[in-house]
Design a protein around this ligand. Structure first.
Ligand SMILES: NC(=O)c1ccc[n+]([C@@H]2O[C@H](COP(=O)([O-])OP(=O)(O)OC[C@H]3O[C@@H](n4cnc5c(N)ncnc54)[C@H](O)[C@@H]3O)[C@@H](O)[C@H]2O)c1
Length: 319
């Protein structure tokens, strides 16, 4: 039976990935800093939660030494705005944490390390679509830490044959997103809060159009990349794309299923400015041709599918 370790496995993507891996019979260890009750009920008793912090060499080494996973999905990270407010923590968790995971993978001969990067590794002024190998000059420290991790992973692959591979996600839409986990978190929170019967206030304009990948597609991409045939990989890092939605389209999607949803608008020019500048990158389409070609990647969820599935999962308590 294969064994996988997911760093940050209690988070939005990690919990979906854990479900997918469990469904195909894998043993799953989650390395995270949260208490067990933060794991969704449907996976809590089926995974091993290893309480460990990426900031600690001994905790990461010990976790990997005990688990001896075939694959590590390294997806824990500090995201904006938190990453931009605490530079030291951002570097420690996102860059040094990745170094610790890669060292552990090297020393304990882990078969594959799959990494979740971000399209925020690119600048805001970009060609359309953004090529896989476009130069990376991030607007935020978050993006800088992710570029560093991509290059570290590639270095460990070249120098030590660690089987590192990764994807760059757009903004991820899905349940389980916490305020503070990205400036674009409002796009998920408006759906989740309304599905729970709570009111929600939006601070950006109706026209703001971002590109998204649904969280179940995001989790599936990590599993598919882990499974991909090494011979067919032409790079170690892959752009992914998804669907586009304006704020108005997201809200209309919510109102289709929940006509009584209490959504109000309270425009905040500063928030809008951040979305248009530092977050401008997620308004761009990514060229994901290499992912399609090398490991037959394609998304399953359109905007409408994603909103419907999201609401159903929240209402049925499957999050
Ligand atoms: N959410 C998005 O829109 C988005 C977009 C692009 C890329 N990504 C990337 O995808 C990955 C997953 O994102 P997510 O939305 O699931 O994040 P999340 O914030 O929901 O989950 C991150 C998890 O990492 C854990 N964690 C944080 N610091 C840790 C530490 N020091 N040691 C151990 N665990 C720690 C958290 O407790 C949490 O469970 C991240 O690498 C992120 O950079 C996310």
């Amino acid at each position: 039976m294969s064994r996988s370790m997911i760093t940050g496995g209690a988070g939005m993507v990690g919990r979906q990935l854990a479900s997918l891996l469990l469904a195909r019979g894998e043993q799953v260890d989650i390395l995270d800093i949260v208490p067990p009750e933060r794991l969704p009920a449907d996976i809590r008793d089926r995974v091993t939660l290893v309480h460990g912090n990426l900031s600690s060499w001994s905790e990461v080494m010990e976790a990997v030494a005990r688990s001896r996973p075939d694959t590590i999905y390294h997806i824990a990270a500090l995201m904006p705005p938190n990453s931009e407010q605490n530079h030291a923590a951002s570097w420690e968790i996102n860059v040094n944490g990745t170094m610790r995971v890669l060292e552990a993978a090297r020393l304990f001969e882990v078969g594959t390390v799959v990494y979740s990067s971000t399209t925020a590794t690119f600048a805001s002024e970009l060609p359309e679509p953004v090529p896989n190998d476009h130069p990376q000059f991030p607007e935020m420290l978050y993006g800088v830490t992710k570029v560093c991790s991509e290059r570290l992973g590639e270095y460990y692959h070249r120098r030590y044959s660690v089987n590192f591979r990764g994807v760059r996600f757009l903004s991820i839409l899905g349940p389980g997103r916490v305020p503070g986990s990205g400036w674009s978190a409002y796009t998920s929170l408006v759906i989740e809060e309304c599905a729970k019967g709570n009111p929600y206030v939006i601070k950006v304009n109706e026209e703001l159009r971002l590109r998204f990948i649904y969280v179940k597609d995001a989790a599936l991409s990590l599993m598919k990349l882990a499974d991909a045939d090494e011979e067919r990989l032409t790079t170690r890092m892959y752009n992914l794309d998804g669907f586009s939605a304006s704020t108005r389209e997201l809200v209309d999607g919510v109102l289709t299923y929940m006509p009584d949803a209490q959504i109000s608008w309270q425009f905040d020019p500063e928030y809008q400015h951040v979305m248009d500048t530092r977050y401008g990158v997620i308004q761009h389409r990514m060229d994901d041709a290499l992912a399609r070609q090398d490991w037959n990647w394609q998304t399953s969820y359109s905007r409408e599918d994603a909103i419907r599935d999201f609401i159903e999962d929240v209402r049925s308590g499957r999050t």
